[in-house]
Design a protein around this ligand. Structure first.
Ligand code: TRP
Length: 390
C-alpha cells in the first residue's frame, strides 16, 4: 500500500469535515524555522509549490522555533522569534497562501509534540541519525565542533511534527528529504509495533534547483546578504539588480556573453512573465548585441511586475492590525487540539496509560474502603512543637 492510499483513510475529526458527503481532504504539513522576511529564493524554492498545492489539502504550516534552537539559541535569537514568525506568515499570505485553507502555528505553542518526539526517539538509532548529511552540514554551519544532542534529534522532532498532525503529504526541499524519510520509517515502525496510528507521510519533492544569489553564489540566503526580499520596495529591487553579478568575461556590450548559469538570466527565466522578451535578450546577449544595462533594467521591471501585487497585498494585510497574530493564535490552538488527540492515541496504543490507570483504580478502591483517616501522627508532633517553643 502506498502512503497516499493509507492517507485516504478518514482521520479528520468530524467538526473539520465539509458538510454533507464527499471526500475529506488529506493533510499537508510543511514550514520553516523562523528566519524572517522571505526572499525570491524562498518563493522559487518552496512558496510557489505551497501556493500551488495548498488548496488540495488541509494545509498546516509550522513555524519551527524549537528546531531553530538546535543551532541558534541565544536569548536574542529567541527574543526575535515573534517578529520573524509574523513576517514569514505575512509574506506567505501576501504571496498567495489562502488563510481559509491554511493553519499557521508556532511549534513551541504545541508542547505535546516534544512528548511525541521523546516517545518516537526509542524507535531510531543514533548511527541512523548520524548518517544524515544535512545535520553535519548544519552543525558545521553553526560553528559547532561537536554535534548537539538536539541537532542529532532534529529529524525525530520533525517526524513528531509530521506524525502529530497525521500529515499525508510533506512538500520539502532536498535538504529536508532525509528527515521526511525518518518520519516514514518511524510511522511504519510505530504502526508495526503498537498498532496503526499514523498514515505514512509521502514526500513531495520541491524539484526546483536553488535560486542563485544576486552575487552569483549558488544559493540566495539572508546570511549571505545576496537576497531580494518579497517586501523590498521597487527602487531597492532595481538597485540590487543593477549590482547583480553577471558574466564576468563580458567586458563590454559587444562581447558575446554566456546565458547558462548567469544569475541575471536565471531570474529572467523564473520571474519574467514575457517569454518573448527573455528569448530576445538571450539571443542578443549571446551575440554581443545588448548591453548589461538593458538586460538588468528589463529584469528589474519584470521583478517589480511580479512583486507589485505581493507588496500591495502585504501592505493591506499589515494594515489589518493583529490579523497575522490572530491567525497564528487560532492556528496554534487548532493544531494543539489535533496533537493532543494524537498523543493520547499514541499513549493508549503503546499501553502507556495502563499502569497509571491501574494505580488510580487501586487508589480509588482503597479510598472507598478506608475507615476515616485518624490524625494520630499529627497530634503528638503538634504538642511537641508547642512544648519546644515554650
Ligand atoms: N526542517 C524544516 C526547516 O528546514 C522545518 C520543519 C520543522 C518542517 N518541522 C517540519 C518542515 C515538518 C516540514 C514538516 O526549516
Amino acid at each position: 500500500m502506498t502512503a497516499l492510499t493509507i492517507a485516504t483513510v478518514d482521520i479528520t475529526p468530524a467538526r473539520d469535515r465539509a458538510p454533507g458527503p464527499g471526500p475529506v481532504l488529506p493533510r499537508m504539513l510543511t514550514g520553516d524555522r523562523p528566519t524572517g522576511r522571505l526572499h525570491l529564493g524562498h518563493y522559487a524554492g518552496s512558496l510557489a509549490n505551497r501556493i500551488r498545492l495548498h488548496r488540495q489539502y488541509q494545509s498546516f504550516f509550522i513555524v519551527a522555533d524549537l528546531h531553530m534552537l538546535t543551532t541558534k539559541n541565544s536569548r536574542e535569537d529567541i527574543a526575535g522569534t515573534g517578529q520573524r514568525a509574523a513576517d514569514m506568515v505575512l509574506d506567505s499570505l501576501a504571496a498567495g497562501l489562502d488563510p481559509a485553507h491554511s493553519v499557521f502555528y508556532l511549534q513551541s505553542g504545541v508542547p505535546e509534540v516534544a512528548e511525541l518526539s521523546l516517545l518516537l526517539s526509542s524507535l531510531v538509532s543514533v548511527p541512523r541519525l548520524q548518517r544524515i548529511p544535512s545535520l553535519k552540514e548544519m552543525a558545521r554551519h553553526a560553528g559547532q565542533r561537536e554535534m548537539p544532542l538536539a541537532l542529532l534529534a532534529y529529524p525525530v522532532l520533525q517526524a513528531a511534527d509530521i506524525l502529530a498532525v497525521k500529515a499525508a503529504v510533506v512538500p520539502v526541499g532536498r535538504d529536508n528529504a532525509a528527515h521526511v524519510e525518518v518520519a516514514r520509517e518511524l510511522a511504519r515502525r510505530f504502526n508495526r509495533r503498537y498498532g496503526a496510528v499514523f498514515p505514512v507521510p509521502a514526500l513531495v519533492p520541491a524539484d526546483v534547483p536553488a535560486l542563485p544569489g544576486t552575487d552569483g553564489r549558488a544559493k540566495m540566503s539572508k546570511s549571505l546578504g545576496n537576497a531580494v526580499y518579497l517586501s523590498d520596495p521597487p527602487d531597492e529591487v532595481a538597485a540590487k539588480v543593477r549590482r547583480m553579478y553577471t558574466d564576468p568575461a563580458r567586458t563590454s556590450s559587444g562581447v558575446p556573453g554566456t546565458v547558462e548559469g548567469n544569475p541575471v538570466f536565471v531570474y529572467h527565466e523564473v520571474f519574467n512573465d514575457r517569454p518573448a522578451e527573455v528569448a530576445d535578450l538571450k539571443e542578443r546577449y549571446r551575440a554581443g548585441k545588448v548591453g548589461d544595462a538593458e538586460v538588468k533594467d528589463k529584469l528589474a521591471a519584470a521583478l517589480n511586475r511580479f512583486l507589485d501585487p505581493i507588496r500591495e497585498r502585504r501592505a493591506e494585510l499589515a494594515a489589518d492590525r493583529g490579523l497575522v497574530e490572530e491567525l497564528i493564535v487560532t492556528g496554534t490552538e487548532r493544531t494543539r487540539d489535533e496533537v493532543r488527540r494524537t498523543v493520547a492515541e499514541v499513549r493508549a496504543a503503546m499501553g502507556l496509560t495502563t499502569a497509571l490507570a491501574g494505580f488510580h483504580a487501586a487508589a480509588r478502591a482503597r479510598a472507598a474502603a478506608a475507615v476515616p483517616a485518624k490524625p494520630a501522627a499529627a497530634v503528638p508532633i503538634l504538642t511537641e512543637t508547642v512544648r519546644d517553643r515554650d
